[in-house]
Design a protein around this ligand. Structure first.
Ligand code: 5GP
Length: 211
């Protein structure tokens, strides 16, 4: 017996953006834990590896010439320079996955989201997380205890710039309460998976139904 999950559909690219400190990493982790068919897209980066990071899992670490070669060969769905380092989303694996119905999660900034949308159109669902207030965002950055006051000031400036792009997103969720925010983001994913255009198995199913 068919159900909504069993019909073939094209995968989607689920983009989560937010200023840093608005909970994007936590919400991403919660989604990946809760959703079997959601895979993190692993980016290529030229920045040095941080302690605890694993090559091939957190990022694929590359040197600049290798990154430049990939740009020239159009091997990226999108790429950007962030804080003086290059980051890019490799194309081949994701395109194959989408055909097989795999969904991908992207933790990228507004530039990446925009480029991805230009390249991949309706495969992309863009969600923006807002903090309940800028004071709360600053509190969260301080309480992480990882950054100096100067770095935090820089992050706050960047946060304002990032927030100004909220209008380019399909959905905007205010992360006031983590569980509510997670539930909202998960409903967006559930609804987007049911979109008719992605459901390549629907035609055949309905033909059978009408026989
Ligand atoms: P970090 O070096 O702290 O891991 O990431 C720095 C920034 O680069 C973050 O804002 C992150 O969202 C962004 N970033 C990571 N991977 C990509 C990517 O593939 N494309 C783009 N455009 N941004 C990325």
């Amino acid at each position: 017996m068919a159900n909504s999950e069993s019909l073939h559909r094209r995968g989607l690219m689920f983009v989560l953006s937010s200023p840093s400190g608005a909970g994007k990493t936590t919400i991403s982790r919660m989604l990946l834990n809760a959703e079997d068919n959601l895979h993190m897209s692993v980016s290529v980066t030229t920045r040095p590896m941080r302690p605890g990071e694993i090559d091939g899992k957190d990022y694929i670490f590359a040197r600049q010439p290798e990154f430049d070669r990939m740009v020239a060969e159009e091997a990226f769905l999108e790429w950007a320079e962030v804080f003086g380092n290059c980051y890019g989303t490799p194309k081949a694996e994701i395109e194959a996955g989408l055909r097989n119905g795999k969904d991908y999660l992207f933790d990228i900034d507004w530039q990446g989201a925009q480029q991805l949308h230009q390249r991949a159109g309706t495969d992309v669902v863009k969600v923006f997380l807002l903090p309940p207030s800028l004071a709360e965002l600053e509190n969260r950055l301080h309480s992480r205890g990882t950054d100096s006051d100067e770095v935090i000031r820089g992050r706050m400036d960047r946060a304002r710039a990032e927030i100004s792009h909220y209008g380019e997103y399909d959905y905007v969720v205010i992360n006031d309460d983590m569980q509510t925010c997670f539930a909202n983001v998960r409903s967006i994913l559930a609804a987007e998976r049911l979109k008719r255009e992605r459901r390549t198995g629907l035609g055949e199913f309905v033909r059978e139904l009408m026989r």
